[in-house]
Design a protein around this ligand. Sequence first.
Ligand SMILES: [Zn+2]
Length: 306
Amino acid sequence: MTLPALRDRSCPCCGAQAGRAEIICSGDAENMTVDQLRSYWHGLEKTKHFFTYRRCADCALLYNPVFFDDAQLADLYSDMPPNMDMLPFSAIAATQRGYFDAAARAGLSSGDYLEIGPDVGHLVTAAVDHGGFDRFWLFEPNQAVHGPLRQATGERPVSILTDMTDLSPVPARSVSLAVMIHVLDHLLDPLAMLRGIHAKLKPGGKLLIVTHDEASLLRRVLGRRWPPFCLQHPLLYSSRTIRALAGRAGFPAVEVSASTNHFPIDFLARQAAQAAGVSLPRRLPLPQSAIALRLGNMLTIAQAAA
Ligand SMILES: [Zn+2]
């Protein structure tokens, strides 16, 4: 009978306790055991459970006061089945190259490259193609992708590390571009992570972050059926709250924009059907070509003081 261990968290951005419950799941996840929640954690069940999201009265961050602790998370993440609705490699690569291009348009200087959770290294490939980076610091707990990651860096100097919370091997003020794609909305203590990265950035260095946008049109249309309301996201950001968080971590300049995802049409149909509670056959008579959409994600570029 082990319940989720964190019972009344204060706001992970500003530390305030006050706020009101804004997004409430119809189930009672707060009083289910970790073992009862395990199959819902994977997101493969027809019904959905997630913890109540509170809106912080001070900084407006949307977060779960009840959540798993680090040990429970390590257990849950170690037991992930393969993603059933995998996007084709080409669609993911196109989406992620777009993220790198946004950072490049904002201006990149020479220095090291750091990425938290690079997976197989789509952005690493784009960074190697772009040139101008010295060492690649890649923090990736999934050892199964370390081979592809090393390949993505080609002949460049690289350090691949498994502990995402220990940035101590990276020299202070050495990094010109740090990257976190769909990582920040999984973290219990995002402020500590952003402060840690800030200390590694060169003057004027940039941090590229992609997250869901809980103030997006898609979120308002779908309400609590919006897929990112789930057991894997202890908090979700809007442009307002991610600016506040990055500001608190020491970044004086923060730009936020809607990001573009490349989706195959049949994948979109499946996601829409899932949100509506309809199941579809695995093969659909729809074209497989990809379209670019701005769908509820945002791209944040935070810059360290020059
Ligand atoms: Zn707050």
